[in-house]
Every structure is written in structure tokens, then in C-alpha cells.
Design a protein around this ligand. Structure first.
Ligand code: IPM
Ligand code: MG
Length: 352
């Protein structure tokens, strides 16, 4: 079993370190982990945010544990050299098109949510975000209009096969949960969304046991704070999924708590090849201070064990240890607590 560890920028290295300690503590026989630079860190060392050697290491592994990318020093570089291109490049090059972002309320964290406790307590949903298409990867550029104004553009499009494969992921996920899918789009305005909706409806015929509903993205954003308990599986495109998953994170307490898995179709000897990362960014303002909450990365490591290494029991152990640490009052600054990065890692390890 090979895990590529790509810590990246900002708080990426410190949160990844704690997740690696948790994996090591399981003493999994035959497990190898290897590090490589990515993002701004890779640009500074090698002149590119996703060096060929990093991509090769990722491709040759069973799973990738990813920290975060983003570095203010790099914000004025041409877009192709910016840190964010590393994660977008990995998703695209490795055809990791299905992004699972589970959000559920840990007992005792209700006070950290921006929502009323009785509303927050009901949250147990997973956002299935498409990751290889949409405005993220369409034609984009800057041009000058005929009358001399600067204009930026990003083309939004989805082909039917791209929608179908993510819809299948959502329906299958729902079969293992409460059997409800809510497809989020903007079909009242966008042609891309009309096709999205049509294809999701076609695909649903293969899943008669799953209830399907459709919601416009503006309404979904509203419902997510009004009554988030209504959602089981939410399936949506790349841009809407990016936004709604940050919003969902605050509903369960903090963006420092949300893990994610990015999966494709490639199978390894143990499970599905995938990349695992916290949904938060590099948080340059607190980087290197030992203040970041590593729980989202530790929970991402649990997802890695579950989906890519076929180790459900070990994944559940890690999640239970995080739950116990929270129940015992271990809280990062993001949750209004005082515990530092390594302290939180120690607390999880002790409960493992
Ligand atoms: C995320 C992030 C990325 C995205 C950025 C860093 C490119 O916000 O994973 O949600 O927009 O997908
Ligand atoms: Mg995001």
C-alpha cells in the first residue's frame, strides 16, 4: 500500500503531519508513505506548482493525502503557475471527478455552529461535487471588446457523460445512506443546468429505490441554513459544490472539520484510487504557528483508509477517536477552543 503525501502550503504541512502520525499509529503492515512538494512550495523549489515528479508519485500510489495549496507570494504569477493549479491539475490529470464532502454534526459541537443547536443537530449530509468540468475547466481568458473595454470570460459547460458519471456516484452513495438525492442546479437560467437536470432524471431511472428532487442553487443555499436536516446526498456541479461545501462546513461548526475524498474510476488492489484533503485552504495568516485544527485532515485520512485501502474498521476507529476528543472538550481555535495543532493530534492519538 502506497500513500503519496503532498503537504503543500501554509498550514498544509502542519495539519498533514498530524494525519500522518495517526496513520502511522495504526502500524499497517506493508504501508509506505512518500512526500513530494506541491503548490507554492513546489513553485519555489522547482518552478512549477505541480512538478512532473510529484504527479508521477501521485499516479504511482494507491492514494494521495493532500494538505492545502495557496500562497499570497504567488498571487501575481501567471495563472498556470499559481499554487491552485496543482490541485486542479491533480484532479484533472488523475480523472478524479467525484468529490465527496460529508458534513455531519459531531455531538457537543452544536455551540460552534452558526445555526441554532436544534437545527444544527440534524445535519448528516454529503455533498457530491463534480470536479472535472464546469467553469473551472472551460475556455477562459481576457479580451478587449469592440468598443475597447476589458472583458474576462469563463465558459460553463457540461457534457452528458460527465453529468451521468457523477449522478451514478450520487445515487450509489444514497443507496448506502437515507436513499435521497437532491440535485442542485440553476436550470431556470442556465442551459448547462438544463442538461444537468435532464441527465440526472434519466440516470435516476436506474435507481428506483432512491428519491430524487431538484433544487435551484440559490434556494439550496437558503435551505442549507434554514433546514439542513432535510438533505441526505446533494449532487451538484463544480462551482456550486465549491460554494455550498464551504457553507455546509460552518453549519457543522467550522471549516476546520470537513474532510473530502476525490475519486475516479480507477481501482487499486485495495479499493478506489483517490485524493483526500481537508476542504479548508492554506490559511497563510496562521501558518507555521501550530494553531491550525488538524481534524479535517485526520478525518480525510480516515476516508482514505475507507475508500482507497479497504480498511473500514480502521477508518471508523479514527472517526470515533476524533469524536471522543471533541466530546472531551478538545477544540481548535476555529471552534472557539485553545488547543494547538500537535495537542489535537496527541489527543486523537491517545483516544485511538
Ligand atoms: C476547494 C478549493 C479549491 C477549489 C481551490 C483551492 C482551487 O476551494 O477544494 O474547495 O476551488 O476547488
Ligand atoms: Mg473551496
Amino acid at each position: 500500500m502506497k500513500i503519496a503525501v503532498l503537504p503543500g502550503d501554509g498550514i498544509g504541512p502542519e495539519v498533514t503531519r498530524e494525519a500522518v502520525r495517526v496513520i502511522e499509529a495504526l502500524h499497517l503492515p506493508g504501508l509506505e508513505m512518500a512526500d513530494a512538494p506541491v503548490g507554492g512550495a513546489a513553485y519555489k523549489q522547482h518552478g512549477h506548482p505541480l512538478p512532473a515528479a510529484t504527479l508521477d508519485l501521485a499516479r504511482g500510489s494507491d492514494a494521495i493525502l493532500f494538505g492545502a495549496v495557496g500562497d499570497p507570494d504567488c498571487d501575481s504569477l501567471e495563472r498556470a503557475l499559481r499554487p491552485e493549479q496543482a490541485i486542479l491539475g491533480l484532479r484533472r490529470e488523475l480523472t478524479l471527478f467525484a468529490n465527496l464532502r460529508p458534513a455531519r454534526m459531531f455531538a457537543g459541537l452544536e455551540d460552534a455552529s452558526g445555526l441554532k443547536p436544534e437545527i444544527a443537530r440534524a445535519i448528516d449530509l454529503v455533498i457530491v461535487r463534480e470536479l472535472n468540468g464546469d467553469v473551472y475547466f472551460g475556455e477562459k481568458g481576457m479580451r478587449t471588446t469592440a468598443d475597447g473595454r476589458r472583458e474576462g470570460y469563463d465558459v460553463m459547460s457540461y457534457a452528458e457523460d460527465e453529468v451521468r458519471r457523477i449522478a451514478h456516484v450520487a445515487f450509489r452513495a444514497a443507496q448506502g445512506r437515507a436513499k435521497r438525492v437532491c440535485s442542485v442546479d440553476k436550470a431556470n437560467v442556465l442551459e448547462t443546468s438544463q442538461l444537468w437536470r435532464d441527465v440526472v432524471i434519466e440516470t435516476a431511472r436506474e435507481y428506483p429505490d432512491v428519491a430524487l428532487e431538484h433544487m435551484y442553487v440559490d434556494n439550496a443555499a437558503m435551505q442549507l441554513v434554514r433546514n439542513p436536516g432535510q438533505f441526505d446526498v446533494v449532487v451538484t456541479g463544480n462551482l456550486f459544490g465549491d460554494i455550498l461545501s464551504d457553507q455546509a462546513s460552518m453549519c457543522v461548526g467550522s471549516i476546520g472539520m470537513l474532510a473530502s475524498a476525490s475519486l475516479g474510476e480507477r481501482q487499486t488492489a485495495f479499493g478506489t484510487f483517490g485524493l483526500y484533503e481537508p476542504i479548508h485552504g492554506s490559511a497563510p495568516d496562521i501558518a507555521g504557528k501550530g494553531l491550525a485544527n488538524p481534524m479535517a485532515t485526520i478525518l480525510s485520512a480516515a476516508m482514505l483508509l475507507r475508500h482507497s485501502l479497504g480498511l473500514e474498521g480502521q477508518a471508523a476507529r479514527i472517526e470515533a477517536a476524533v469524536g471522543r476528543a471533541l466530546a472531551d472538550g478538545i477544540r481548535g481555535g476555529d471552534l472557539g477552543g485553545q488547543h494547538g495543532t500537535a495537542e489535537i493530534g496527541d489527543a486523537v492519538l491517545a483516544r485511538l
